[in-house]
Design a protein around this ligand. Structure first.
Ligand SMILES: *Cc1c(COP(=O)(O)O)cnc(C)c1O
Length: 430
């Protein structure tokens, strides 16, 4: 039986089929990507996409909120419980908008914000020069110590004392080590700043207790819901009770109109999934896999920024290999190993063609891969790097990838064992 989409729009149906096949065939190492469960996918593709719900539960600007109010309350309650926060706003459309909402809840245009510089691993919205955050606010950027590849808290404190920012942002998009949110909180206190912590990448590790949580040390915590947290594409803010009203106002009506209720619904499901022992096992395995990948790459003489990893990602500095990040990323893509080129802290090259490549293990871990497969992947990466101009070897690696992928079916079909019904449909075993 053809689906409605197949009958109505065969062209788009076919493209979705191709993307599904790509996600199934490839080893996906982009650290911000993942595979959501079937339950999250179902909620995300549900009739909640039809509903306008401007406002908040109990205070909406449209009628017909009998169900949406209940769903949003459940999503908020699950999120606050999971993150041990006082309050959660689950409406931000994305991590970028969540950051905006956090800044505007605590500061005014023209105030100084201080975040990690993008080429050193910070996010665009942490005040990078091409992002509008640097135009609306006065942006001061801290960096990474290029010798250690790690945050230098003394440098951050000195900068904070000098510039007296209104907001200090902790968190990163390409940093392979633990971040000490407690120190960030102390520095912010010393200079009278607010502390916004952006855990978009590591939220899944935080709720599993593998990375220290910033919740006790930050005024507002911002996150995406779709990276290691493995929910639908969206954003979320967690905060202390004193900031709740400001956070809500800042998201709506400050920045957004109607919340994407299908996403809020899927966030509720993802929060339930993240509150299971299976999720904790998955999060632990992500880090084990990243460490195994790092170890094997080091054996092959790859240089890793900071020498390794504590979390879900690694940054390879390719300068000694005499290959550009872009060239390797493109060759790997032809071999069905998908990563992204990235700047590294010591990078002399232009950001459009940097010397680094960024890889992470959330997606392969969601497929059930373990250390053995992570090491196997390192061997394949090395094979491509050593034969960067040899298309037949690259093609051969692509075939090896297909073989490996076929042993770990795409978890579009996985369901975290049902919370109410102990019979798992076809659970992934970690
Ligand atoms: C991914 C990311 C974001 C932005 O999320 P979008 O949903 O893509 O807008 C913000 N901050 C950090 C640290 C990120 O890694």
């Amino acid at each position: 039986m053809a689906t409605a989409l197949e009958r109505y729009d065969p062209q788009i149906y076919e493209l979705i089929r191709q993307e599904k096949a790509r996600q199934s065939a490839c080893i996906r190492l982009i650290p911000s990507e993942n595979y959501v469960s079937r339950a999250v996918m179902e909620a995300s593709g549900s009739c909640l996409t039809n509903k306008y719900a401007e406002g908040y539960p109990g205070k909406r600007y449209y009628e017909g909120q009998q169900v949406t109010d209940l769903i949003e309350k459940i999503a908020r309650e699950r999120a606050t419980k999971l993150f041990k926060a006082d309050y959660a706003n689950v409406q931000p459309y994305s991590g970028s908008i969540a950051n905006w909402a956090a800044y505007l809840a605590l500061a005014k245009p023209g105030d100084t914000i201080m975040g990690l510089s993008l080429p050193y691993g910070g996010h665009l919205t942490h005040g990078w020069k091409v992002n509008v955050t640097s135009k609306i606010f006065n942006s001061v950027q801290y960096t990474i110590d290029p010798k250690t590849g790690r945050l230098d808290y003394n440098q951050i404190e000195d900068l904070a004392k000098k510039h007296k920012p209104k907001i200090i942002i902790s968190g990163a998009t390409a940093y392979p080590r633990q971040i000490d949110f407690e120190i960030f909180g102390q520095i912010a206190k010393k200079v009278g700043a607010c502390h916004v912590s952006d855990i978009a990448h590591i939220a899944g590790l935080v709720v599993a207790g593998i990375h220290k949580s910033p919740v006790p040390y930050a005024d507002i915590v911002s996150t995406t819901t779709h990276k290691t947290l493995r929910g639908p594409r969206g954003g979320m803010l967690l905060c202390k009770a004193e900031h709740a009203a400001n956070v809500d106002k800042s998201v709506f009506p400050g920045l957004q109109g109607g919340p994407h209720m299908h996403t809020v619904t899927a966030i509720a499901v993802a929060m339930a999934e993240a509150n299971t022992p299976e999720f904790v096992a998955y999060a632990k395995q992500i880090v084990k896999n990243a460490k195994a990948l790092a170890e094997k790459l080091l054996e092959f003489g790859f240089n890793l920024s900071s020498g390794g990893t504590d979390n879900h990602l690694i940054l390879i500095d390719l300068q000694n290999k005499k290959i550009s990040g872009k060239k390797l990323a493109k060759a790997l893509d032809r071999a069905k190993i998908v990563a992204n080129y990235n700047t590294t802290p010591l990078d002399p090259a232009h950001p459009a063609d940097p010397s680094g490549i960024r890889m992470g293990t959330p997606a392969i871990t969601s497929r059930g891969m373990k250390e053995e497969q992570a090491k196997q992947i390192a061997i394949l990466i090395n094979k491509v790097a050593e034969n960067i101009d040899n298309e037949s070897v690259i093609e051969e690696v692509g075939k090896e990838v297909l073989l490996l992928s076929s042993q770990f079916p795409v978890p579009e079909h996985f369901i975290i064992p049902n919370r109410n019904n102990p019979e798992p449909l076809d659970a992934l075993t970690y």
